[in-house]
Each structure stands twice: as structure tokens, then as C-alpha cells.
Design a protein around this ligand. Structure first.
Ligand SMILES: C[S@@+](CC[C@H](N)C(=O)[O-])C[C@H]1O[C@@H](n2cnc3c(N)ncnc32)[C@H](O)[C@@H]1O
Length: 247
């Protein structure tokens, strides 16, 4: 597999510094499997790319949920995780060094909007809990997901319904509104939120056929295990996209 060095950028430094405060594990795949939206078929025996992978190779200490990277690695033939943060990948490497499935795992430092992989390199491309953090780069990142996939693309995003009206929206720099971009005054991150219709137009523009599921917070929360004491969804309904290229 060809990899290219990824230069130190302002964005990379920002993510390193955010992770040095906190690394968020997420259990979305485990939960979506419980809801029937994701099945083992999309991952079993596949070469899988996990974009914005973080360091999710564990299990919840409070429930039976499995963290996303571990969930994928258990089923896939090859797990490749990529992330913009060298800090978080160093943490992931520490965990992987004693990980029973380490032989089939690789980690790559890369920006989602410019992936260092050849066209059609992966059977399944996954981007969980990451798209909303990409702001104006979200469409380029989705284009890259499409380019490097030869099969399924599975993405989670957040719906723009229920966005706090006191948070200012900022205009899209690309001259095209793919979603609503907001930035909290205290945060360095531009976040992007979508309606189902916007997501459907994006899939169309990328030449993808797929299903868009919108889970209300209530539906999403109902997938939570009773032992979990922290809130799972943030403030908006969850969007789950399962798509593949049009034949
Ligand atoms: C909320 S975490 C989700 C981690 C993991 N997918 C999970 O579900 O546990 C978002 C991750 O996206 C990464 N990230 C942010 N911007 C990125 C970009 N432009 N390219 C690649 N990764 C990015 C962050 O460093 C962080 O690890």
C-alpha cells in the first residue's frame, strides 16, 4: 500500500492538542448493529478503511459495547485506520502493541480530505463520528471516501434539526451549501450538520446509491446499555449513510 508523508499543519497541531486533553471512545457501530442498520456482512472478511479512527481499540468499562476500531478489526480481514492526529495515533499504537489482532491492523497519518490510498483500495470505507468535525472539508472528504472505496461506504453524521439558534452559522467557503456550518465561540472546530435532503443530494453528486437513516435522539438513546451513565448522542439526531457507487 502506498503511503505519503503527511506534513505538520495547523489543523494537525490543533487535533493533537485537543486529544492531549481527552480521547473520546465511541461505540456507534456496536449500537447500530444492535439496531439492525449495520450487519456483520459489511465488515466480515473485508479490507476496511476507518477514517478519523482515533484510538478505539477497547471495550466500554460500563457496558458490553465494543469500541469502533475493535469492532471492525474483529470482523475484517484488514483494518486500516487513519487520523489527522499523530498524538492519537501514537496512543492507538500503544494499545495495538499488545492487541491480539495487531497483525491485521495498520494506522496511517492522513487528512480525510486527501487520502494517501489508490482508487478502489478498500471493500468498505467507514467514517464514524468524524464527518461533523470537518466543516468546509466535509464534501472533499466524502469525495475521497467514494474514490478509495470499491464497495460499501458507511458514515455517521448529525442532523441540523434542533441546532442551537444562538450558535452562529458561517458561510460555506466552497460557494455551495452542502450543510449548515457552525462554530462555537470557544471552539477551534467548525462543525457541519445536514438535513436528509442535503445528504441525499451529496450522494447523488458523488454518484452513490444508498440509504439514509435518521435516528431520533430517543431512538438512538434507546440503543444505550443501561449501565452507561454518560449521554450518548450529542444534541442532534443521528444520520447514518450506507452507500455504494452506482453501477
Ligand atoms: C470523535 S473522534 C471519533 C473517533 C473514532 N472514529 C471513534 O468512533 O471512536 C473524531 C476523530 O476524527 C479525527 N479527525 C478530525 N479531523 C480529521 C481530518 N481532517 N482527517 C482525519 N481525521 C480527522 C480526530 O483526530 C478524532 O480522532
Amino acid at each position: 500500500m502506498k503511503t505519503i508523508p503527511y506534513p505538520v499543519s495547523e489543523k494537525r497541531v490543533m487535533w493533537d492538542s485537543l486529544h492531549s486533553d481527552e480521547i473520546w471512545p465511541a461505540y456507534y457501530l456496536s449500537k447500530l448493529m444492535r439496531s439492525g442498520i449495520i450487519t456483520t456482512k459489511e465488515l466480515e472478511g473485508k479490507h476496511v478503511l476507518d477514517i478519523g479512527c482515533g484510538a478505539s481499540f477497547g471495550r466500554s468499562s460500563k457496558s458490553d459495547y465494543i469500541e469502533n476500531s475493535h469492532f471492525i478489526a474483529q470482523l475484517a480481514e484488514l483494518y486500516v485506520g487513519c487520523d489527522i492526529s499523530g498524538y492519537v495515533l501514537a496512543e492507538a499504537r500503544k494499545i495495538i502493541s499488545v492487541y491480539p489482532l495487531k497483525e491485521k491492523c495498520a494506522l496511517v497519518l492522513a487528512d480525510a480530505k486527501e487520502l494517501p490510498f489508490a482508487d478502489g483500495s478498500f471493500d468498505t470505507v467507514i467514517m464514524i463520528d468524524t464527518l461533523y468535525l470537518l466543516g468546509n472539508d466535509a464534501f472533499s472528504a466524502l469525495k475521497e471516501c467514494t474514490r478509495v472505496s470499491r464497495g460499501q461506504i458507511i458514515i455517521t453524521a448529525f442532523h441540523s434539526d434542533g441546532l442551537d439558534p444562538t450558535i452562529p452559522t458561517i458561510p460555506s467557503q466552497k460557494g455551495k451549501e452542502y450543510g449548515t456550518i457552525t462554530q462555537k465561540s470557544w471552539s477551534p472546530i467548525e462543525q457541519i450538520f445536514f438535513t436528509k435532503e442535503q445528504m441525499s443530494l451529496i450522494l447523488d453528486e458523488l454518484g452513490l446509491n444508498g440509504k439514509i437513516f435518521v435516528l431520533t435522539n430517543h431512538e438512538y438513546d434507546s440503543l444505550r446499555s443501561s449501565e452507561e451513565s454518560y449521554p450518548s448522542a450529542t444534541v442532534n439526531e443521528l444520520i447514518v449513510v450506507k452507500a455504494s457507487k452506482r453501477p
